[in-house]
Write a protein of this length. Sequence first.
Length: 361
Amino acid sequence: MNRLPAEKKVTTIRKVAADADVSIATVSRVLNNQTGVSDHVRARVLESVNRCGYVANVGKRANSFLGFVYTGPQSIDSAYDSALLGGMSAAMEESHLDLVILSLYRDKQPGETYTQFFLRKGVRGVILRTTKRTRATCEAIAAEGFPTLVIGERFQNERINFVSCDSRQSMYQGVEHLVALGHERIALAISDIVQDADHQDRLEAYESALKDHEITVDRRYHFHVPPSLPDGAQVIRKMMSMSERPTAVVFTDPLVAVGALNEALRLGVRVPDDVSILGFDDSDMRNNVFPRLSAVCQDARRLGYEGFQSLARIVEDKNKSAKEAQVREIYPTWLEINETTGRPPEGITQILPDGTRVENA
């Protein structure tokens, strides 16, 4: 009764063995991470496994999964990742492939290659979330030839597929907007945890816009904080109590900007009369706060959708060469001016953490 799936699996292994010019037993030992195979032969077999598109027959729904993998710290509860997963879910509804979330460092066995691990999990390709510190893991997975797509980061390595956004131009326009309103003391709140191309773009755009308008980049006005609501509140308390405080602030993460707005309301800080706020939005958060947030915006849901669709096409069309199947998409962001940016106040009011206002500070 169960011979058909087993026979299908043996046939696939036979193709891998023929492609690698080894025995079926050798392929089996490699797939099961057993000893008795040289490193050279192991590498050749894994290369053939990826070239032939073999996936282990795990359970009733073998060969029907894409994996979502964090190469670094997990951030699935963030607004950005929620939007990514929403897009992936929408794409999944249009595909016969499903999405599973894999724990790379918990489940990967010592000595097991990435390909062996993914095959053991029954996935045909992986969507990777990475940071600056874990880019090497993406490089290593791609070097094995396993179908891979990185989401939200860019690579020069042509073996790595990716979909990402470029926020540099929109962030430059946002800072330029503040300068045009008359602001010169413009603070920056940027994540000290998430280090990737997106955040580097935002930092460089901020500094370039100030320099191009002959405004000194003042490191006293740089706040490096985790991307969370409480840390946005912390930024507002520190910034507004400075003796020579900024009149505007740029936030590079959505939750930090929302936390700052909430704390401003609690302290009696008037936005934008006392201070202008330019945020960043991955979804629709800017329209769900008061005042509505002026923000540089990216469509993270689209990234998730396009990433899933692109990887699905790669794993389903093994007739295409790696070059033909290559995906390197960069989507634009945009600047949206709403209600949290305005002209700087004529008299700078220092506002202490308890809400006390010190006029003309």
